[in-house]
Design a protein around this ligand. Structure first.
Ligand SMILES: O=C(O)CC1=CCC(=O)O1
Length: 271
C-alpha cells in the first residue's frame, strides 16, 4: 500500500493541497475530483472498490476543505493546473481522471488541455457549460455578503439540489454529513469556485477530446441534466454515456452502480 491512508498536506507548485493517496503504489492511478461544496470525503463509497485495482489519489479542490483558500475569482485553467501540480508533486506521469460536477468539468478541461497526461476521463453529473454566469454570480454574491450564514442557507437547500427525495429518506445520515461539509466550507473559497463555473464554457472545445471518455448522468439531476450528458456524448468522439436513476451526487446515491460503471469502463479502456 502507498505511504498514507490518511489525508495529508502535499506541497506543490500551486500551493499545499489536502490529498489522500491510497492503493498499491505500482497500480494504475485514478485521480478523483470533488463537486462544489464537498471534499475528498465525498468519495468514501468508492474507495474500497477502486483501490482493489487502482492507486486512488483524491484531493480537496482549491477553496474547499484543507486546500488553499486564496481569494478569487478562480478559473478552470487554475483548477486544472492545481490537479496537474498534484500529479507532478507525486511524480505521476499518467492517470485516469474522474470528477463529479465541478470535478467533471475539470475532467473535460484535462481532455482539452492536458490529454497526454490521461489514460481515460470520467465526467459525472456535469456539463461543458454548467448553469449561467448570472446564476453563479448571484450565488457567489450571496455567500460573499452573508459569509457562514450564506453557507448555512446553501446547506439547507443542498438535499434538493443533490439527491432524490427517496435517497434523502433512505439515508439521512449520508445527506446530513454532506450538508455539514458544505456548511463548513469557506465562503470565499466556495464563491471563487462559483466564479470559475460562471466563466467557463468548454462547449466549443469538446471536439478536441480524444481520450476514452465515460459520461455518467443522473436521470433526476436538476443541475446537470441528461440532455447535458447527451450533448457531451454527441460532441466527444467514441465517448460512452451511462444514465443512472439518481440525482446529482451519483457516486453517493447509487454507489454500487456507479462503481461498477466506472470500473467496467476503465478496464475496457485499458485493454
Ligand atoms: O450544489 C449545486 O448547485 C450543484 C453543483 C453545481 C456544480 C457543482 O459542482 O455542484
Amino acid at each position: 500500500m502507498s505511504q498514507s491512508q490518511q489525508p495529508y498536506l502535499l506541497d506543490t507548485r500551486q500551493g499545499k493541497f489536502r490529498v489522500c493517496d491510497q492503493g498499491e503504489p505500482s497500480a494504475p492511478v485514478l485521480m478523483l475530483s470533488n463537486s462544489l461544496g464537498t471534499t475528498l470525503e465525498m468519495w468514501e463509497p468508492q474507495i474500497e472498490a477502486f483501490t482493489r485495482h487502482y492507486r486512488v489519489i483524491r484531493y480537496d479542490t482549491r477553496g474547499h476543505g484543507g486546500s488553499p483558500v486564496a481569494p478569487g475569482p478562480y478559473t478552470f485553467d487554475g483548477l486544472g493546473e492545481d490537479a496537474l501540480a498534484i500529479l507532478d508533486a507525486l511524480k505521476i506521469e499518467k492517470a485516469s481522471f474522474c470528477g463529479v460536477s465541478m470535478g467533471g468539468h475539470s475532467a473535460l478541461w484535462m481532455g482539452i488541455h492536458a490529454a497526454a497526461r490521461f489514460e481515460a476521463l470520467i465526467v459525472c453529473n456535469s456539463a461543458a457549460r454548467i448553469g449561467t454566469t448570472e446564476a453563479w454570480k448571484e450565488r457567489a454574491d450571496l455567500v460573499r455578503a452573508n459569509g457562514k450564514d450564506g453557507m448555512q442557507t446553501l446547506a439547507s437547500t443542498a438535499p434538493g439540489r443533490w439527491f432524490t427525495k427517496g435517497f434523502v429518506e433512505r439515508d439521512p445520515q449520508a445527506v446530513q454529513a454532506m450538508q455539514a461539509v458544505i456548511a463548513s466550507t469557506d465562503p470565499e473559497g466556495y464563491a471563487s469556485c462559483c466564479d470559475a463555473l460562471g466563466s467557463s464554457d468548454l462547449r466549443p472545445h469538446l471536439g478536441r477530446i480524444t481520450n476514452p471518455t465515460l459520461i455518467i448522468a443522473g436521470e433526476f439531476d436538476p443541475a446537470t441534466t441528461v440532455a447535458d450528458g447527451q450533448a457531451m456524448h454527441d460532441a466527444i468522439a467514441g465517448s460512452e454515456l451511462v444514465v443512472l436513476p439518481v440525482s446529482h451526487i451519483s457516486n453517493v446515491e447509487a454507489a454500487k452502480d456507479y462503481n461498477d460503471a466506472v470500473l467496467a469502463f476503465l478496464e475496457k479502456s485499458r485493454r
